[in-house]
Design a protein around this ligand. Sequence first.
Ligand SMILES: Nc1ncnc2c1ncn2[C@@H]1O[C@H](COP(=O)(O)OP(=O)(O)OP(=O)(O)O)[C@@H](O)[C@H]1O
Ligand SMILES: [Mg+2]
Length: 402
Amino acid sequence: MRVVFLSPRYPNEMRQFTRGLAEVGVEVFGVGDGHPDPELWQYLTDYLEVPSLTDEEDLIKRVRNWLRGRTIDHVLANWEPLVLTAARMNELFGLPGMSVDTVRGFRDKQLMKERVAAAGVRVPKSARARSLGDVQRALEITGYPAIIKPISGAGSADTYRIDSPAALAELLPQLRHIAEASCEEFIQGTEFTYDTVCVGGEPVYESVTQYLPNALEMRSQEWVSPIMLSVRDLTQPHIQRGIELGRQVLRALKMGDGMTHMEWFLKPDGEVVFGEIACRPGGACVVDLMNYTGNIDLFREWARTVCWHAFEASRERLYNVGIVFKRAKGQGRITAITGLAQFYDRYRPYIVEDTLLRPGNPRRDWKATLLSDGYLIVRHPDWEVTRDMVIDAATDIQLYAS
Ligand SMILES: Nc1ncnc2c1ncn2[C@@H]1O[C@H](COP(=O)(O)OP(=O)(O)OP(=O)(O)O)[C@@H](O)[C@H]1O
Ligand SMILES: [Mg+2]
């Protein structure tokens, strides 16, 4: 089995997926911008360095020339901006995989909601907007508060909550560079993910993670220490409703092989509402959280699934797993961390990862990466204990910079 894997170097977890492919006996032909380091090279059969991964026409031409005389079984991508490119290459090269039209259902947020709603799933009321006039008409459908976001956005970039016509007027200058937007009814509720590994659209592995607070608040307010909690007990009724919604969405969008990452809302009245879905794994350590939940390696199992249509990991859920991302107060370099020693004293056996930046390191751009100034991952079989640990880490640990 020989596969082309787009962007094996970036984002960071793509290195793990590359390792997974090599470990299930696949020859990996990597295509990326920049050069692989020796560690990554050991998993690659060959590598094509390209000037840009976003110039699709140029990329396809270069890959086609590079592959001349070699047979390839599949083109794969796990990074959101490249899933359509991979589908296009599979179509052009006559290889199996989800069609471009199917993948558009996972990329175009309006088309996505239309297809999902047509299957009878509750989605936020919404409309596509290409001009101010469109936005105003859309707001008549959605009412206030509303959400406005790019049609193919990621990382909550350029996603705004609008509470009134005055707020819209104020926001307009910031919306100007967005060519196409999705306007949606604002859904008040707790936000969860539904993550899967699928074979032929059927989930062979399912997982649910709770956000605290919702993703938009995590991404827009620096003082927040964002938390994500992988839920051990998926049999709880409200979680089951989210999972059932997720399964309907996978069928509606004709998912094929690979990982999916969906977001959904649980309203205070118990109703579950679709948020969005991508046909690639979740970022921001979501795959790590799933791995820690059951002591498994989904980087490798993804590879086994897409290449050999087999899934061999245990589905037993042993732990709730929580991650807390920290953001330092102040700018420049980290100067101090408070509360961490006490946190270790209380919870040492349950801490599985600590990447908090230590004094001397420069701060990261919290807007550009949810990883912020590092994170802690903890796990425990008991939900309350896990939740208390992450809330303690969020409130009692503080990084300072100057
Ligand atoms: N209709 C809505 N009602 C309430 N909140 C919403 C709605 N749409 C989006 N949000 C909030 O904004 C966040 C970002 O929106 P969305 O997930 O659609 O964009 P994204 O940029 O693809 O996100 P990411 O790549 O971070 O998953 C959501 O996770 C959610 O917190
Ligand atoms: Mg999202």
